[in-house]
Design a protein around this ligand. Structure first.
Ligand code: ADP
Length: 257
């Protein structure tokens, strides 16, 4: 791949063509490197729970029979690590799928998407209050399942990174020809230097906290990919120790019908 097509000293068209080819080659090389990095990261992330699983299995085999405490602890830990692998694999598949999936864009009611996402994420509030402020006449052009998925990711994160007693607010606003959907929390916030990296695959500010709450470091990269399939954008404003606000920008499909 590292071969380059020599630029001929000839007619301008040929020169242009070869430089276009070289640019394409460069892009392919970059893509290839990214894929390689992704596979390395994914393998590493999968190996961690697998190692823990095997460690517990060994312990169980050696000492589990005559020690009920070890038996219980190892089983619980294996259960957790198994779940973690399951979540990781389904998110990896999700990420791979959303790379080329088609979005079926229709007129979607934002309040309905939010309501569904709230039902999915807020059955157990963990002592965190949730308020919704959404005008029922707001519509966007989008794929209802994918938009719900993005909203679920943002709500789950708001819950994971906010301590008991905190609050989360979700709201939507019509702004000209686009709609902004925001999830605001009074949680732990994100250090300024980490903000540009949190949408990267597997990036986590605090691995221990993410791990404890069942995080994989893939949620925001999936959300970003899905939003981009809608030709939209996602951004975040955050103050460490105070909270964060994630905003998704989507194309409006008129306010009422
Ligand atoms: P994870 O599975 O770790 O939550 P994400 O891709 O969803 O992965 O998020 C990446 C990282 O961004 C998280 O590990 C966390 O450090 C940070 N983050 C995401 N959402 C929030 C939030 N609402 N408040 C504070 N930090 C957040």
């Amino acid at each position: 791949l590292s071969k380059r097509i020599p630029v001929p000293e000839g007619p301008q068209e040929l020169t242009n063509l070869s430089s276009t080819f070289n640019t394409m080659l460069q892009e392919l090389e970059r893509q290839f490197e990214r894929e390689k990095g992704f596979i390395a990261d994914a393998s590493h992330e999968l190996r961690t729970p697998l190692t823990a699983l095997r460690g517990n299995l060994k312990l169980l085999k050696r000492r589990g029979k005559d020690n009920p405490e070890i038996f219980e602890k190892s089983i619980a830990s294996m259960d957790e690590e198994g779940l973690r692998m399951q979540r990781l694999i389904s998110q990896l598949l999700e990420l791979a799928r959303s790379d080329h999936v088609q979005t079926k864009k229709i007129k979607v009611n934002v309040a309905t998407v939010i309501q569904d996402a709230v039902e999915e994420t807020w059955q157990d509030s963990n002592g965190i209050s949730l308020t919704c402020e959404v005008d029922e006449r707001i519509f966007v052009l989008g794929d209802i399942d994918q938009l719900r998925q993005v909203t679920v990711i943002l709500l789950e994160n708001a819950k994971k990174y906010t301590n008991t007693g905190g609050s989360v607010k979700i709201f939507a606003q019509q702004k000209g020809d686009h709609v902004e959907v925001s999830v605001q929390d009074s949680g732990i916030g994100i250090p300024e230097e980490d903000i540009p990296k949190i949408f990267n695959r597997f990036y986590r500010v605090d691995k221990a906290r993410s791990r404890k709450t069942g995080g994989t470091g893939l949620g925001l990269s999936i959300a970003k990919q899905l939003v981009e399939l809608h030709n939209g954008a996602i951004d975040v404003q955050s103050v460490e120790g105070k909270g964060s606000i994630f905003t998704v920008y989507l194309t409006s499909a008129s306010t009422s019908q």
